[in-house]
Write a protein that binds this ligand. Structure first.
Ligand code: SF4
Length: 329
């Protein structure tokens, strides 16, 4: 008998879920079907979320309101991390966030002279989430940081805020073909005429801390910015659409195969492994399970020590504007 009970979140899809599925279907099974997450605090992600609040404040109130932007950061950041943890998480800590906010005011003040936040029905398009259709029956959930208009020619684009500890070639190149980039460009296509849309610009803020002086830099905090315009042409968007539809079809097929699996099967014949992804980023948190278990549904009744169950629901994202999109006529 198939031992898992249906979770509503299994049927809610977004770019990050699809990217995980494309990276390794078995990882998708652990992360989104079982919902197993490590107990290690997700400080990177939470710091990024808090920094998004600061950026939203800056785009709403202007870059000179440093105190307001920093307060917006702190209210969110302190929900999960108290002052005793700051040193441990350096350089992604409140001191560095304040430096970045100040540096925006000093170096990027032309941002809001040259561009403006788009308003639709009197609402500023910042921190927007909802659904966007990808075919006749399926939608993706999305969350966009901003929709901006270039004053010079009226072109529409989105700044997507990213925080990192290193600006590498790999960091720069990951955006162009990402599912996320295509999804958000597709959202812009659903809201505006295609010829008005530029696409996505990924705005990196890099946080570093040097313990001693180097040849070119002094010891201490360093914050730097880099923007990666990752605009896609309509032809490239057709390829994105094919990739998404194909991934969703494959995901639906794996779900069907999963429902046919049983606890006493020797091997789980659904959500196959992709062993080429095991060492991506900091290494896969499910590696030990893949080594030890041929059929993980024999072990799925409760998360192992060091893990807990948490089902990511993209429809419950904490955003300011909710907007379900439709195909543009
Ligand atoms: S350890 Fe490797 S095969 Fe297993 S879930 Fe992770 S990426 Fe996939």
């Amino acid at each position: 008998m198939f031992p898992l009970s249906d979770q509503p979140t299994w049927h809610i899809r977004d770019s990050s879920k699809l990217e995980t599925f494309l990276r390794c279907p078995r990882r998708y099974f652990y992360e989104y079907i079982l919902g197993w997450r490590t107990d290690i605090p997700m400080q990177d992600a939470h710091f990024g979320e808090a920094f998004h609040k600061a950026r939203e404040h800056q785009l709403t109130h202007g870059y000179d309101d440093i105190e307001g932007a920093f307060n917006a950061f702190m209210v969110k950041y302190r929900e999960q991390f108290d002052p005793q943890t700051d040193e441990f998480y350096r350089p992604k800590d409140p001191t560095a966030a304040l430096l970045a906010i100040q540096k925006f005011a000093e170096e990027r003040r032309q941002d809001l002279w040259e561009n403006e936040v788009v308003e639709l029905d009197g609402v500023k398009m910042l921190e927007i989430s909802g659904t966007v259709p990808v075919d006749e029956r399926r939608v993706l959930h999305y969350r966009m940081d901003s929709i901006m208009r270039r004053k010079e020619d009226g072109k529409i684009f989105s700044w997507d805020h990213k925080t990192t500890k290193r600006l590498s070639r790999q960091w720069r190149e990951r955006f162009h073909l990402s599912i996320q980039n295509g999804t958000y460009t597709h959202c812009l296509y659903c809201m505006f005429p295609i010829d008005q849309v530029l696409g996505l610009e990924f705005c990196g803020t890099c946080f570093e801390f040097l313990t001693r002086n180097s040849k070119s830099r002094s010891a201490g905090y360093h914050v730097s910015f880099e923007r990666v315009p990752a605009y896609k042409t309509p032809d490239q968007m057709n390829t994105w659409m094919f990739t998404v539809i194909d991934a969703l079809d494959n995901l639906d097929r794996e779900m069907d195969r999963l429902f046919d699996c049983k606890e006493d099967d020797e091997v789980l014949m659904a959500f196959p492994m992709n062993p080429n992804s095991c060492t991506d980023f900091f290494g896969c948190p499910y590696h030990d399970f893949c080594l030890a278990w041929q059929n993980p549904i024999q072990h799925c009744y409760e998360p192992p020590l060091g893990y807990h169950e948490e089902h990511w629901d993209p429809s419950k994202m904490d955003t300011t504007v909710k907007k379900d999109l439709e195909w543009r006529e």
